[in-house]
Design a protein around this ligand. Structure first.
Ligand code: NAI
Ligand code: MG
Length: 332
């Protein structure tokens, strides 16, 4: 496998090296190609991402990504939006389930759902007109974009509980009617039981009764917000992995950002990044290796190995190192 490795900014520079140590312990035949992207590169060179960076990523089988800082500067084009669009990775998959013994906000831990977030359009269309008195952002919903994310979610639902929740705001935002109609039709065609929910009341339902949901499909911004919110269900943002999938390319990254408030201290939780590696291995067909990563992670957590966000005393690199050591011993 040829793997592009992007650390990015802030804690990306800490959680990715810890994750690479875990990857290396598996002894797989992987060629790693480092790619520098992000705010740091922008400050240094004047561009956060170049055409060359995109071509390097396209030449690899997939990408492992940390996080980048995006300053609120109208002249700064989001690196992630650029990558998701250039590589046309339309499905953002965010699995959410507890990692015992870590506690989230509920005593119950019998929930396991996946947010399937449309990744290329919606309010993240990048079509903006920024003025001093009026600023607008165009929210784009297309039939094609809605259909392919709906099909992706239906395929996932078929392999799970045959149940789909479509989340939208079509009562007020009329562009969502197209999204809703296309999702309903796709679910009907595939024989999937579906219901639809308005995003505001759904946020309440999801955080208070997550065990009622399985596959959730929604538009770009709603998926972004609902998944960060769901971090509270599992015990923190440092635990949520994600995959960005298209027809040709795939890209794996933690849900969290560059966390400037804790960056540079070696205390960031690397678990979200390590679970993103696990998703990468599954996607690539390394099912046994993915299972070993999960087993090692569970063992570490059960032994109390964790970073301060989970109440532990370990550093980012220690967590990566102990998981890698467990794997090396297990593979002997
Ligand atoms: P954030 O996810 O970076 O941080 C939110 C809070 O969660 C912070 O208090 C942080 O310390 C904590 N946190 C996040 N990940 C953690 C981890 N692994 N271990 C322990 N604590 C963790 O979101 P925020 O603060 O809104 O954004 C910071 C920067 O990251 C911004 O420039 C934003 O644009 C960027 N960002 C980048 C993303 C990406 O590269 N995929 C995604 C989200 C934000
Ligand atoms: Mg986010």
């Amino acid at each position: 496998m040829k793997l592009a490795v992007v650390e990015g900014d802030g804690i990306g520079k800490e959680v990715i090296p810890a994750t690479i140590e875990v990857l290396d312990s598996l002894g797989l035949d992987i060629e790693k190609i480092p790619v520098e992207l992000g705010y740091g590169k922008w400050e240094r060179t004047g561009s956060a991402i170049t055409d060359e960076d995109i071509s390097v990523m396209k030449s690899c089988d997939c990408v492992l990504f940390g996080a980048v800082t995006t300053p609120p500067d109208p002249n700064y084009k989001s690196v992630l939006l650029t990558i998701r669009k250039e590589l046309d990775m339309y499905a953002n998959i965010r699995p959410i389930h507890p990692l015992p013994p870590v506690k989230g906000i509920h005593e119950r831990n019998d929930f396991n759902f996946i947010i399937v977030r449309e990744n290329t359009e919606g309010l993240y269309s990048g079509i903006e007109d920024i003025g001093s008195d009026v600023s607008t952002t165009t929210r784009v919903i297309t039939r094609k974009g809605s259909k392919r994310i709906a099909d992706y979610a239906c395929k996932l639902a078929k392999n799970r509980m045959n149940k789909l929740t479509i989340v939208h705001k079509s009562n007020v935002i009329k562009s969502d009617k197209l999204f809703l109609d296309v999702c309903r039709q796709a679910a009907t065609d595939e024989g999937i039981l579906y219901m639809d929910e308005l995003v505001d009341s759904f946020a309440y339902k999801l955080i208070s009764s997550p065990w009622n949901y399985d596959v959730i499909v929604t538009t770009n911004l709603f998926g972004d917000i609902l998944s960060d919110m769901s971090g509270a269900l599992v015990g923190g943002l440092g635990l949520l992995p994600s995959a960005n999938i298209g027809d040709r390319y795939a890209f794996f990254e933690p849900v969290h950002g560059s966390a400037p408030d804790i960056a540079g201290r070696n205390i960031a939780n690397p678990i979200a990044a390590i679970l993103s590696l696990k998703m990468l291995l599954e996607w690539h067909g390394n099912i046994a290796e993915a299972a070993i990563v999960e087993e090692a992670l569970d063992t570490a957590l059960n032994m109390g190995v964790c970073t301060p966000d989970l109440g532990g005393r370990n550093t980012t690199s220690e967590v990566g190192n102990l998981i890698a050591k467990y794997i090396s011993t297990r593979m002997e």
